[in-house]
Design a binder for this molecule. Structure first.
Ligand code: SF4
Length: 329
């Protein structure tokens, strides 16, 4: 079915990213396609090293200099090609139209400035026309919105718990009223109760500001609770994407997603094995001729080793696997 392609907030097409070190070249993204609608909550899931964070850094053009390189593809944001924009343009975009939250809040917080000053700096950068009083008012309101009394704006990061620090980072990320929030494992370091509170708060803020969220995680439980749609990353590509209902229905899934969902039949009979999917991620310094999951896949066929599968899509549910073709998804 042909999708309506008008009005997407973000469209990533055929993205290839390579990291070059002295000893090796790592193929981190290998033709990744992704589309995010306005106001959508998308879960980006996969194991460590699958390419999730690389995608977020590519969108913001923050790949490590001289090491990470986008070698092909396109990233359109509100129809504009980000890969052709100047650094000055990107500076205006980061924190204003697209914000990012990292797993460790101290990556974003300066330990020697008060949290209020740090939130204010974002406004100074992106809203220079506002009066000081208006900016201070916005900072106070945003602190209250994320559940921190405005009176604590004069405190330093070390005076807050881990969960509170992450709330401050979220306040910094949202004060510019971005249309897109990239949240990279934002709750992984937090305990389960705080995690639930932060997700609940992000959901509420999304309702309030209409911000689209890409939630990067390895936790499908979090995706089921928080997201509208899910994209599964493996070997630097999206191997399956669809609505949370489509993917979690377990009717038709990519074998890798089946593994993440814990429904590979062989595993049931070897309960002592805790690794959800047997085997290691494919060697990222080698570009496989066929499917990158072939070495770990219990259903691998001859064709899988020689030809890369193309995505097959039906009603917005897409699977990149030779098992599926017309009439099967
Ligand atoms: Fe498994 Fe082949 Fe599908 Fe890859 S293409 S996931 S190896 S069945």
């Amino acid at each position: 079915m042909e999708m309506d392609r008008s009005g997407a907030l973000l469209e990533v097409e055929g993205l290839h990213v390579r990291y070059k070190t002295k000893s090796a070249e790592v193929y981190a993204l290998n033709g990744l396609d992704l589309r995010v609608e306005r106001g959508e909550k998308l879960g980006l899931v996969g194991e460590t090293g699958a390419g999730k964070t690389t995608l977020a850094l590519s969108i913001l053009r923050l790949l490590p200099e001289r090491v990470g390189e986008i070698t092909a593809g396109s990233i359109r944001y509100e129809g504009e090609q980000l890969l052709e924009q100047s650094e000055a343009y990107m500076l205006g975009l980061r924190g204003r139209r697209i914000s990012m939250i990292f797993q460790d809040p101290m990556t974003s917080l300066n330990p020697i400035k008060t949290v209020g000053e740090q939130i204010l700096e974002v406004l100074d950068l992106h809203f220079p026309g506002l009066s000081k009083a208006e900016k201070l008012g916005r900072v106070a309101r945003m602190l209250e919105t994320v559940g921190i009394p405005a009176s604590r704006g004069g405190d330093f990061p070390y005076q807050f718990s881990g969960g509170m620090k992450q709330r401050i980072v979220i306040a910094m990320a949202l004060i510019g009223e971005p249309e897109l929030l990239l949240a990279d494992e934002p709750t992984t370091a937090l305990d389960v109760t705080i995690q639930a509170q932060i997700l609940e708060m992000m959901s509420r803020l999304r309702e309030e500001y209409g911000t689209a969220v890409i939630l990067i995680t390895h936790d499908l439980g979090v995706v089921a609770e928080f997201c509208d749609r899910v994209a599964v990353v493996y070997g630097g590509r999206i191997v399956e994407q669809g609505s949370v209902e489509q993917v979690f229905a377990r009717g038709m899934n990519h074998p890798y997603t089946e593994g993440l969902l814990g429904c590979i039949p062989e595993l049931d009979s070897r309960a002592e094995r805790l690794t959800p999917i047997p085997g290691q991620m494919a060697d990222p310094t080698v570009q496989p001729k066929g499917c990158s999951f072939a070495e770990r896949c219990g259903r691998c066929m001859e064709i899988c080793r020689t030809r890369q599968p193309e995505p097959f899509e039906s009603e917005g549910h897409s699977i990149m696997c030779h098992l599926y073709g017309p009439g099967e998804v």
